[in-house]
Each structure stands twice: as structure tokens, then as C-alpha cells.
Design a protein around this ligand. Structure first.
Ligand code: ZN
Length: 458
């Protein structure tokens, strides 16, 4: 039985916090977009850490109701005053250019330039993040203070970008498990210098994939690093068969800030992953809120579209759009915290640990309670078990009638899943419990020890 929490909880892993943040910091300066060299460079750095297959889908490819857009790349952009000095400079911050701006190079008065300038008057030091993917346009984002500093003179405006036929790029990391049934972990990789919105998910997903690789896993895992919306739609259109093998899934976004956890349920509302996430967050010791599904948000919208209706929820800390730093230059490396990134990684591992170990068992001695003391399973004799562990054994024995899963038992008893799971393991070893088939037909060949057979596809 794989315990996904054991290694992560060891004190030696404290440097993990810093490593997660450092990886986000390494990716931060790259000017990403939904296509182009920024996302390629990002994927190649992720590939330096985990096995990643990179796919290139040509412009114009039809993906359901959409088409893969032209590829956008940018070298430089600026607004320069009459003295030639740059008053807005892409080299200082890539948010200064509206993402997907078409090339422009001309001189114009401020009155003509103004409709192309975007600021946030309520936060005059912050630069907004704007895109125009599906309408050809150009624009600059700047702080309101910068705008106030411009006068009525002529400005040289230059966006040295290209928008032409090319490719949409995404990455996939597949980790094979004993079953071909899959767990999907998806995050978007299309935002430029924004930390919580995109880099926190990228960092946690990369470290999670690294952590899981080499482990003996029940499920196979597929990590997607994709541009938001069009990337998820493209992946689904090209992988309808794989999509059918997804049993559980999580979209990771905005999971590095100091806010409490939020989990948005899948469209199904009562999928195993919804229950696993709710259980783990309730026991996380941090504030946590469970949100109902809505058809707005991140890529869970695509995975939960009615044609697929996959059991995919969305794990966040602060909810996108609800914090003022969202889609601004204030969503920077200070806004995400090493400890919160690591806490999010641990929460993901704990949710996956539930999915990996959730099974139904049968009590082999269902007539009256079996005598635990004789077997060293009752604290008053053994002395080693705390009250929770003994209670967990009693709950597992009582509800293991082949119909209740360990997650059912954890929910009903209020005891943490890992304690319930350990109890089931021990009771199996003592011959009091045996595994029964679960809903996917796995476990048919499982022995009393609860150890999984090595052949996949059972
Ligand atoms: Zn965003």
C-alpha cells in the first residue's frame, strides 16, 4: 500500500518550501502566452525536472468548436517620448504589452495613443494584465502613475511582435500505474510574469509529478501543462480515448498565496475526488471552503463540459478574480509564499493518497466484535495505540460490510483518512479484514494484506 504522505511529512523536506518558490522564480521572467516561445521555454524547463512529452499542434487545426490560433511571439515593445527615452518598456516588465498585440511602429499624439492604454486607477502603482487572443488589436498596460506622467506630445509606439501560422504547444507527463485508469492533474502555463495565477500551479504540479514518479501507484497519472481554455479544448479534442480513462482529476491554480484553501467541486458534485478533497481540506488545519461547481473559472470548465462530464475539480487558495492582485503586476513573487506552496503540495498528495487507498473491505468476524486485545489491537493491553487509532479500528470493523469504502468510514467517523487506512491495513495483516472488489473492478486479485498485484489493467 503506497503511503503518499510519508516522505513529504519528514522534517528533512523543509527545504522543499524554498525549492518550490525558487522554481516559480526561475519561470517568472518568461513572457508566456497561449502559443509561442515563452510557453516552449517554460515547458523545456519543466522537462528538466520531470519526463515531459511536448506536443505542437499547427495553427488552424480544428478542435471542437475552436481553431488553434496563430502563434504569437514578441521581441521588444516600448513607448518613447520626443527625447527618445522609453516611458513604457517591455524589457522592464512583460505585462506592459497587451498579450497577443499585433505589431505596430508609428508616432502618434497622446490622444490617439490613449485608447490603447490600460491602467488600474484604484491601484496606481500596479500594471494590469490584458490579452486580446481572438481579436487582432494592440495595446500597452501601465501603472496609473505612468499614465499621469504622459503629456500631450507625440510618442513613438513600437511593438516588435509576430502573429503568424505556427503551433500551439503543450506538455504531458504520464506516469504509469498498476491500473490504466487515470488521474488527471492539469494546470495552465500561458500567463507571463504572474506568480499565483499560473506559476504556483506549475511549480506544485511539477514537484508533485516528481514526487510520484518512481512510486508504486494504483492509478496512472497524467499531468497537463497547457495554455488555458484553448489548451484544454485542444487536448480533449486530440485525446478522447484517454479522457475516457480519467477517474479523478484536479485543476491546480492560484495555490501559492497566503489565503486559505478553496476547492471547487466537479460538475458531478459528489465525485470521489470531490469527497476526498473536502475530507482532506477539512482536516488540513487551515481555513478551507468547498465551492459548488459553476461553469466559469479555469480548465475544469472544459473537463466538465457536458460531453465529457469528467470528475475534475479545482484546487485553489484565494479564488481567481476575488483578490485585488489578480491579473496585475502585484501578483508577483512576494505574493506567493514558500510555506503555502509546500502546504498546497502536501494537500494534493493527501488527496491523491485518499484516491490511491480508498477501497472497500469485508469484516471476516462480523458476529460480535472480534477480540482485539488478544491480537494486540486494543490499547489497554498493547498500550501503543492512541484513542483515535483504536476508534479507527472499531469503525473500520463495524462498517466493513463490503459496501462502505474507507472514505465513507472516514467521513462518518470524523477520523482522518490516513488513520482509517492504517487501521484497515493492520486489520488485514491480522486476518480480520479482506479487500473486496471496488467499483472499477480492481482489487479482484487482492490478497488479505491489501498489497496490489504487479500486473496492470486488472
Ligand atoms: Zn488568469
Amino acid at each position: 500500500m503506497t503511503n503518499l504522505l510519508k516522505d513529504l511529512k519528514q522534517p528533512a523536506e523543509t527545504s522543499l518550501n524554498q525549492e518550490l518558490h525558487k522554481f516559480a522564480a526561475d519561470l517568472y521572467p518568461i513572457c508566456r502566452s497561449i502559443t509561442g516561445n515563452g510557453i516552449r521555454e517554460t515547458l523545456s524547463r519543466i522537462k528538466g525536472r520531470i519526463p515531459l512529452q511536448i506536443f505542437e499542434v499547427p495553427t488552424g487545426t480544428q478542435v471542437f468548436d475552436w481553431n488553434v490560433p496563430k502563434e504569437w511571439n514578441i521581441r521588444d515593445a516600448y513607448i518613447a517620448g520626443p527625447d527618445g527615452k522609453r516611458v513604457v518598456d517591455f524589457r522592464e516588465c512583460n505585462l506592459h504589452v497587451m498579450n497577443y498585440s499585433v505589431p505596430v511602429h508609428k508616432t502618434m499624439p497622446l490622444s490617439e495613443l490613449k485608447p490603447h492604454l490600460f491602467t488600474i486607477p484604484e491601484h496606481p502603482d500596479w500594471i494590469p494584465y490584458r490579452t486580446s487572443y481572438y481579436k487582432e488589436d494592440w495595446g500597452f498596460c501601465l501603472s496609473h502613475h505612468q499614465l499621469m506622467g504622459l503629456n500631450d506630445s507625440e510618442y513613438e509606439v513600437c511593438i516588435d511582435s509576430t502573429l503568424q501560422d505556427g503551433y500551439l504547444t503543450y506538455g504531458e507527463c504520464y506516469l504509469g500505474g498498476q491500473s490504466s485508469d487515470e488521474v488527471l492533474i492539469s494546470c495552465h502555463a500561458c500567463h507571463p510574469s504572474l506568480a499565483n495565477d499560473n506559476l504556483s500551479g506549475l511549480a506544485v504540479a511539477t514537484f508533485l509529478a516528481k514526487y510520484l514518479s518512481g512510486k508504486d501507484l494504483r492509478y496512472s497519472y497524467r499531468f497537463l501543462f497547457i495554455p488555458a481554455t484553448i489548451g484544454a479544448i485542444t487536448w480533449l479534442a486530440r485525446n478522447r480515448e484517454s479522457a475516457g480513462r480519467i477517474r479523478h482529476g484536479l485543476v491546480l491554480t492560484c495555490i501559492g498565496d497566503s489565503g486559505g484553501f478553496h476547492y471547487k467541486k466537479s460538475r458531478r458534485g459528489n465525485a470521489e475526488v470531490d469527497r476526498a478533497a473536502a475530507h482532506i481540506l477539512r482536516h488540513s488545519g487551515e481555513s478551507a471552503e468547498i465551492l459548488e461547481f459553476s461553469p466559469y473559472g479555469y480548465d475544469e470548465r472544459q473537463y466538465c463540459s457536458p460531453g465529457f462530464n469528467l470528475p475534475v475539480g479545482c484546487l485553489m487558495r484565494s479564488v481567481w478574480g476575488s483578490f485585488p492582485e489578480y491579473h496585475t503586476s502585484a501578483d508577483n513573487l512576494d505574493f506567493i509564499k514558500p510555506q503555502q506552496l509546500a502546504g498546497s503540495l502536501l494537500a494534493c498528495a493527501a488527496i491523491l493518497d485518499v484516491l490511491e487507498n480508498n477501497r472497500s473491505y469485508r469484516n471476516e468476524f462480523p458476529y460480535g466484535e472480534p477480540q482485539l486485545g488478544r491480537r494486540g489491537l486494543y490499547g489497554s493491553i498493547g498500550g501503543e495505540a492512541c484513542e483515535d487509532q483504536i476508534l479507527a479500528r472499531l469503525w473500520v470493523l463495524n462498517l466493513s460490510d463490503g459496501k462502505h469504502s474507507l472514505l465513507d468510514i472516514a467521513e462518518r467517523s470524523g477520523i482522518l483518512f490516513s488513520t482509517i487506512s492504517e487501521a484497515a491495513n493492520l486489520l488485514c495483516q491480522k486476518g480480520l479484514l479482506s479487500v473486496v472488489n471496488n467499483e472499477h473492478g480492481e482489487g479482484a486479485a487482492l490478497g488479505r494484506s491489501g498489497t496490489l498485484p504487479s500486473q496492470p489493467g486488472l
